[in-house]
Design a protein around this ligand. Structure first.
Ligand code: TXA
Ligand code: MG
Length: 340
């Protein structure tokens, strides 16, 4: 299929109306959000959702998130209670997805056969204008080929999705760069299924009872069905094996210095000049986890394009926004951690 590409300066009421029309007709539109780009289809149309799985090459038991333009719309598609309302008031629109019991109008193809649905109201104005123009809720996973890093720019999307979708809306670089925080709500108990820019500390300011699913930091054994099916798939994976280095800065720098010449190093900005014999990609200052989050997926894609044999990177901390970096990186590294 021919993919219509709408550049940043062509985003306007007319092009967004066209996107809405394509979505209502059962087509696929890639759109920017503050987290990563989404591959959208009408969430009320089972056949449209099937096209998403085909375009991504995604297993059909991995459910899609349903995007809405107004947090109050959740009630049409899910059973909302007091906990959702508190979360919505504090963090929506924004990088948060809430798992709730689904209503019948959401087809099982969208939820991967589950009786729950993930609801998210993105903050990105292009995303919200597009959803409003479609007039239907939009099912959307990240717009990457399944298993590859999520796209954080329209160039990434083009690389993965050109010829597989009807339209791509270019919204520039995503400001957060890592996918939304996912929480499951049961009564007044929350379970964190995927960490993101709405951090555990932020959730704990609102709720006394916030559990962290083991899948956030641990490797799941083959026979466990995780609460969030996506957690079991190898994700964000560059072609060359990635190893995460756990140890002091001195030990990590020494280890990297001694690595083979065809090893690519992900390093902090202030370290970039220390490795003249290696190809390095700077991921942000050590103290700046926001920039690291924003750059991570682009760095993994860039690493892939260099043809390196191996990638080394620092193991992130497990607190604040770094918990989200930790979660993505251990999965990109297939849990290969080298203790120094
Ligand atoms: O930031 C984001 O959330 C992006 C943008 C496009 O909104 N979307 C995204 O979608 O990351 P995706 O499909 O790549 O990841 C969705 C994750 C998967 O791990 C899936 O298993 C989980 O959400 N999920 C979706 N619905 C669920 C449900 N009903 N119960 C448990 N987990 C669910
Ligand atoms: Mg994804």
């Amino acid at each position: 299929m021919k993919t219509l590409f709408i550049g940043q300066n062509e985003i306007n009421d007319a092009s967004l109306a066209m996107a809405g029309e394509i979505l209502r007709r059962g087509g696929l539109v890639v759109f920017p959000t503050e987290t990563v780009y989404g591959l959208g289809a009408d969430a009320l149309d089972a056949d449209a959702a099937k096209k998403i799985y085909a375009a991504k090459g995604r297993p059909s038991d991995n459910p899609l998130i349903v995007h809405i333009a107004d947090p109050a719309d959740a009630d049409k598609y899910a059973v909302v209670g007091d906990a959702y309302k508190r979360l919505a008031k504090a963090f929506m629109p924004g990088p948060l997805t809430v798992i709730l019991p689904k209503r019948d109008c959401i087809p099982m193809t969208v939820t991967g056969g589950l009786d729950s649905v993930g609801i998210r109201c993105p903050e990105n104005p292009i995303a919200r204008r597009m959803i409003a123009s479609a007039g239907v809720p939009i099912a959307a996973p990240s717009a990457n080929i399944s298993g590859k890093p999520s796209p954080t720019s329209a160039e990434h999307v083009r690389f993965d999705m050109d010829g597989k979708v009807d339209m791509i809306l270019d919204g520039g670089e995503c400001t957060v760069g890592l996918e939304s925080t996912i929480v499951k709500v049961e009564g007044d108990k929350l379970t964190l299924l995927r960490p993101g820019a709405i951090t555990l500390d932020m959730l704990r300011t609102l709720f006394d009872n916030v559990e962290v699913s083991a899948a956030v930091t641990e490797q799941l054994s083959e026979n466990v069905r995780p609460l969030s099916p996506g957690m079991k798939y190898r994700h964000y994976a560059p072609t060359a094996p990635l190893y995460l280095l756990d140890g002091s800065d001195e030990k990590r720098i020494a280890y990297c210095t001694a690595a083979d010449g065809d090893t690519l190093l992900l390093v902090f900005d202030e370290e970039a000049a220390l490795f003249p014999a290696h190809k390095v990609i700077a991921i942000g200052k050590q103290s700046d986890e926001r920039t690291q989050a924003k750059r991570l997926f682009a760095a993994l894609r860039e690493a892939d394009s260099t043809g390196c044999k191996k990638i080394l990177a620092p193991l992130p901390r497990q607190s604040g926004l770094s918990l989200a970096l930790y979660n993505r990186m251990i999965r990109a590294a297939a849990h290969n951690i080298i203790t120094l």
